[in-house]
Design a protein around this ligand. Structure first.
Ligand SMILES: Cc1cc2nc3c(=O)[nH]c(=O)nc-3n(C[C@H](O)[C@H](O)[C@H](O)COP(=O)(O)O)c2cc1C
Length: 206
């Protein structure tokens, strides 16, 4: 990649030892391997207030810092735990504090973890709606990790090779589409988009 691409990953869990943070970092590592500059955003490092619809300039400095950092990125990885059949409130609030200025036209990759069997698909459905409403491009691939405590060890190792591969693929895809989208190769972007596999995560062989 000779155009400089920046990918930001936002972790939608504030829990110490969060599984979401591990998978977001894993996707970012893959984007970095693909040539992008990356930044992990731990929302615990920001003093965010609740979005209350006030004028953007009246929010505290940390809200402005978050907005500035996301605005500087070409692609955004959104990671969330499945909370009550959706994504977390902390991620919702962070997204509400932003808008078109930060997210319009950006590539977005989604990753989610859950304690139970259902994974993050309900969270994804809601996040895809947010992406659509902000005119962002949510890439087709997404990685849902059900029964996350059996997939990620206490030391933060992702035991399942298939999950590791899917996270890596997501990082590559967001970095690659971000590059194609913002470079002079916009026709190549459309072609790559149209030729992207329908469901690269599926394995129908067994
Ligand atoms: C408020 C809350 C709601 C949750 N709702 C669900 C749920 O609907 N389905 C599920 O499988 N797990 C649910 N969980 C479990 C989390 O998805 C799981 O613990 C996950 O690992 C948390 O992510 P983290 O490790 O990044 O903090 C919930 C946990 C909390 C705290």
């Amino acid at each position: 990649m000779n155009t400089s691409i920046k990918i930001i990953g936002i972790c939608g869990s504030l829990r110490n030892g969060s599984n979401t943070s591990i998978v977001v970092k894993s996707v970012l590592a893959a984007a970095e391997k693909a040539g992008a500059e990356v930044q992990f955003i731990d929302l615990r490092d920001y003093e965010l207030v609740f979005c209350d619809g006030r004028n953007q300039e009246d929010y505290p400095d940390d809200v402005k810092r978050l907005r500035r950092e996301v605005k500087s990125a070409h692609g955004v990885i959104l990671g969330t735990p499945e909370y009550h059949g959706s994504y977390s409130g902390v991620l919702k609030n962070a997204l509400d504090l932003m808008g078109f200025e930060e997210l319009e036209g950006k590539m977005i990759g989604l990753v989610a973890v859950s304690a139970g069997a259902l994974g993050g698909n309900d969270a994804f459905n809601s996040l895809r709606n947010v992406g659509r409403s902000l005119h962002a491009w949510v890439v087709p691939d997404q990685v849902s990790i059900p029964y996350v405590d059996s997939v990620i060890s206490k030391d933060g190792e992702i035991a399942d090779e298939n999950v590791r591969n899917r996270l890596e693929n997501l990082g590559h895809q967001v970095a690659r589409f971000s590059y194609l989208h913002c470079s002079s190769k916009s026709k190549a972007f459309i072609k790559a988009w149209e030729e992207a596999p329908q469901n690269p995560g599926a394995d129908y062989s067994s």
